[in-house]
Design a protein around this ligand. Sequence first.
Ligand SMILES: Nc1ncnc2c1ncn2[C@@H]1O[C@H](COP(=O)(O)OP(=O)(O)OP(=O)(O)O)[C@@H](O)[C@H]1O
Ligand SMILES: [Mg+2]
Length: 257
Amino acid sequence: MLELKNVSFSAAGAAGRVEILEDVSFVLPAGRILVITGPNGGGKSTLARVIMGVETPTAGQIYWQGQDITALPITQRAKLGIGYAFQQPPKFKGVKIRRLLELAGGHEMGEMECCAYLSKVGLCAQDYIDRDADASLSGGELKRVEIATLLARRPTLAIYDEPEAGIDLWSFSMLVETFKNLRQDENQSIIIISHQERILQLADDIMVIANGTITQRGPRAQVLPGLQADDYDPSCPAPASWKEVHLGNDAKGGARV
Ligand SMILES: Nc1ncnc2c1ncn2[C@@H]1O[C@H](COP(=O)(O)OP(=O)(O)OP(=O)(O)O)[C@@H](O)[C@H]1O
Ligand SMILES: [Mg+2]
């Protein structure tokens, strides 16, 4: 079980300190899928980085399986079974994809085992295992390698940050199936940050983060219908009349030309 208690995070901005997360508290029990969504810049990736230990909260505590991990570095949290697939995956010059999978899995891997992970994200092992995980990969390929690496790590808490980003429709369908299968593992807790309805449909619970706070949280059946409504706009406080001035009367049609 993951528990965040009154977690806040601020960083230095051009006009002084900016509050990026404010008083975030929630519990994620084992075996559940939590999908986090919300407007760009709302604080979703920051929350993921704080849970992984890439950033340290400025206030509050994080507990994982009853242990206070707030002060633990990334490596310690990884040892405790927490894994994070970055929204923008790092590149590894000179490191073969097979080696990355082996490092994640903690043992040497034959082609068949690499294939088992890579095929879950729509990549053919024969074409990829001997390639470097560097800038020679396309954005979508790099993203899929990152996800396969987290699958190979088999963490007890897996955090996927916008797994759909840059991924083609066919690979995305495969990924949705992969997540569906992961939900059968009742010991693994999964957080998926996503803007995609097909991913939201996989959630046990949905949480909306906007302006650094949780604005909605609850079971999928309770939260999703509101998100699907046309008028949902969790972040913009501007009155409709203001938007009309700038976008024209046809709000759904976008900017006036
Ligand atoms: N270290 C930092 N210093 C200053 N501002 C930061 C820092 N980290 C994040 N931010 C700002 O905090 C806000 C939240 O960023 P974050 O990446 O968490 O958003 P997000 O919800 O993941 O957005 P998206 O949907 O676009 O991925 C953004 O406005 C971002 O520019
Ligand atoms: Mg993000």
